[in-house]
Design a protein. Structure first.
Length: 235
């Protein structure tokens, strides 16, 4: 198996933006939909999750030596010459086994869509390891094993992230039900009074407005303008 890195496919002539970012699951699912994975955009990221760590009141300074080393490695990537990268014979056998097992593994439709590109990222990560450890143009068995480990871990993280969407949906459904019941008991009340009454559940104006807008679109709640005052009624 060979992978060619040529001027036509390199970032010199066809730059590709790379995003490295972090957010909370709640913020993630406020702006991400299942359709984003089925459409092919969401699976262009490798997702990694973690548990909340204990608070550190006085964190230590980062090791500048390590950071400088990483910075130099990344900067040196721009000087890599076009080359063909191959898997070692042992790595080829491992790759074949991994790829076949991956294709045979049963997954939910959403997880299958979200994790579709992970095998590609495994190969790319293996090439990065080969560059970092100076074995180019060959990816060794150990490097591919490490890359596969990261890929399988990313799949577990993605599965966990998708599971949190269900939890968030349940929480949102509970909020929407609470809003509707409040309006049914208080028809004609102002939006301001409604927000004050439900603030303990929404945690802030942003979530309140989001739920209110959702219910308006679903015609479960009607908001009428009365002069400068907005009033709520059952839909």
């Amino acid at each position: 198996m060979e992978f060619e890195v040529s001027p036509e496919t390199s970032f010199h002539s066809r730059p590709t933006p790379t995003i490295l970012t972090a957010t909370t699951p709640d913020w993630f699912w406020r702006n991400t939909r299942p359709q984003d994975f089925y459409g092919g955009f969401g699976n262009r990221f490798a997702h990694f999750t973690d548990r909340t760590k204990p608070p550190i009141p006085r964190p230590s300074q980062p090791d500048t030596t390590i950071l400088d080393g990483i910075r130099k490695k990344l900067t040196a990537l721009s000087g890599v010459t076009p080359t063909k990268i191959t898997l070692s014979p042992q790595a080829e056998r491992l790759w074949d086994e991994f790829y076949i097992d991956w294709g045979r593994t049963e997954r939910s439709p959403l997880l299958a869509a979200a994790a579709k590109r992970l095998p590609i990222y495994v190969l790319k990560l293996g090439m990065v390891y080969a560059y970092d450890e100076g074995t180019l143009p060959e990816v060794s068995l150990e490097q591919l094993q490490a890359a596969i480990g990261v890929g399988l871990y990313a799949e577990k993280c993605t599965e966990h992230l998708l599971g949190l969407q269900t939890i968030n949906r349940s929480a949102m459904a509970e909020l929407e039900d609470r809003f509707v019941k409040w309006v049914e008991k208080n028809p004609g009340s102002t939006v301001r009074r409604m927000q004050m009454a439900l603030s303990r559940y929404t945690g802030g104006a942003e979530m309140f407005n989001r739920v209110l807008n959702n219910l308006q679109k679903a015609e479960q709640i009607e908001v009428r303008q009365d002069g400068r005052t907005r009033k709520v009624f059952p839909g």
